[in-house]
Design a protein around this ligand. Structure first.
Ligand code: HEC
Length: 156
């Protein structure tokens, strides 16, 4: 009895440690080169602006504008564009796989949102906008905790 509960506790503690590690990864920002830091900030600011415009466009039913702005976010994909071979190597050594995955997922959501814009689908736009906001929070709370210590992890 004692033995069994002991090992169960061990498993529980182990899984707690693992999930804690997954939410409290080391910040990536100190590891970025100056150039990557600049590119990423630029990209983030333009994403921020686009998200604000998309929000207004969704609530006013301006579907073409939703499609255009979401497509622009998708196309801004820093990990696929405007990086030299060296930048790419620098990026890969600065950020973990989970960061790359989140960025990919985020840009795929932007593509789906552009599609929902083209389909005049307000409900879908609303849903995808929320998912994208969830991605901002997830990435910032996991990988940018040094700059944004106030962002709490969210489970959806
Ligand atoms: C895959 C990770 C990731 C996702 C997803 C992400 N961000 Fe960021 N964001 C970062 C990183 C890293 C920084 C810090 C960049 C730096 O300091 O070099 C940052 C910084 C920012 C900044 C500050 C820019 C500045 O001028 O310093 C804003 C604003 C921002 N993000 C907005 C957003 C919004 C809005 C979303 C979602 C719609 C989002 N981010 C999604 C990683 C992400």
């Amino acid at each position: 009895m004692t033995k069994t509960s002991g090992s169960l506790l061990g498993i529980l503690l182990l899984s707690l440690t693992v999930s804690f590690a997954a939410t409290a990864a080391e910040p990536v920002t100190p590891k970025l080169t100056e150039k990557l830091d600049r590119l990423l900030r630029e990209e983030m600011r333009s994403i921020q602006t686009a998200m604000g415009q998309i929000h207004s466009a969704i609530v006013m039913g301006q579907h073409a504008k939703v499609a255009k702005q979401a497509q622009d976010i998708h196309d801004s994909f820093i990990l696929q564009q405007s990086l030299t071979e060296q930048d790419r190597k620098d990026l890969m050594s600065a950020v973990p796989e989970g960061f790359i995955q989140l960025d990919k997922e985020f840009h795929q959501l932007a593509a789906s949102l552009a599609e929902a814009g083209r389909n005049d689908d307000t409900a879908k736009q609303h849903q995808l906008f929320g998912k994208m906001t969830g991605n901002c929070i997830q990435c910032h709370s996991t990988y940018v905790s040094d700059r944004f210590p106030g962002v709490k992890p969210v489970r959806d």
